[in-house]
Write a protein that binds this ligand. Structure first.
Ligand SMILES: [Zn+2]
Length: 261
């Protein structure tokens, strides 16, 4: 299986250099470049002198390049512009997603830790919280359904806060700088933030994400305690703590918008 995979890579590389040999043709050549889970259409032209990276209106990724540009050069360019690219992708996903109004009615699905659970409306039992996750269902007191959104945000915040504290204990020996506190709040368009005084904050929506992605958001912010920027040293350190961070990052950019209340 492995050697078969390698052969595909080699023929891909050979195809792109063969295109380079036909640099005199005026018709643009097209091929695809895959990096992590992103696929780019590479459009080559003999008239181009520079490489440009962009998104088409439907969100498809496009690279315009001079004829014969090597795949390795394009990969480097994509890696160096990945923050810009993921930002653009996140914008597209948000804009193209129809906003669905929550009704807090029986059978509606709500995410927690990447899984969707159906809602069950219940009668109030003494000593019971208004919202619980048990028996594979979110159980909400019927009389409190009008406060559904507020109760869910509170529930997500409490659970995420507990989870994040456990993670920080687990990571303790691997962190060079320890956070002073972890706060869960509504951070608007940001999944996480790292403020002054070594305080880390997470959006309550992180509770809805698959745990691998929540872990990426948390570790990303923890690395900011050491590196207050997104330069190379930041990504190198993140790569030590989470070797597959790039794959998680692109997943989040592409699918994160679906995880909302
Ligand atoms: Zn950051």
């Amino acid at each position: 299986m492995r050697s078969g995979g390698r052969r595909v890579d080699e023929s891909g590389a050979a195809a792109s250099s063969a295109l380079g040999d036909t640099g005199l043709t005026l018709a643009p050549a097209e091929w695809t470049l895959t990096l992590h889970d992103l696929t780019f259409t590479v459009r080559e032209s003999a008239r181009r002198r520079t490489v440009s990276l962009g998104l088409e209106r439907d969100g498809a990724l496009l690279i315009l390049a001079p004829s014969g540009t090597e795949a390795g050069v394009l990969r480097q360019l994509v890696l160096s512009r990945q923050d810009w690219l993921y930002g653009k992708l996140a914008e597209k996903t948000r804009l193209h997603r129809p906003r669905r109004e929550r009704e807090f009615v029986a059978g509606e699905g709500f995410f927690h830790a990447g899984r969707s659970y159906r809602l069950l409306l219940t009668e109030k039992q003494p000593e019971e919280e208004a919202l619980n996750l048990k028996g594979g269902r979110f159980q909400l007191h019927r009389a409190e359904a009008s406060r559904g959104r507020e109760l869910f945000i509170q529930w997500y915040s409490d659970h995420l806060s507990t989870w994040a504290k456990e993670q920080i204990i687990r990571l303790h020996s691997r962190l060079r700088v320890q956070p002073s506190s972890v706060r869960v709040a509504d951070l608007g368009q940001r999944w996480g933030s790292c403020g002054t005084g070594q305080a880390v904050a997470l959006h309550w929506r992180v509770a809805l994400l698959p745990r691998r992605m929540a872990e990426y958001v948390l570790v990303h912010e923890l690395v900011h305690l050491e590196h207050h920027h997104h330069r190379e040293a930041f990504w190198t350190r993140l790569g030590v703590l989470l070797p597959d961070y790039a794959e998680r990052k692109s997943w989040l950019a592409l699918h994160g918008a679906e995880y909302d209340l």
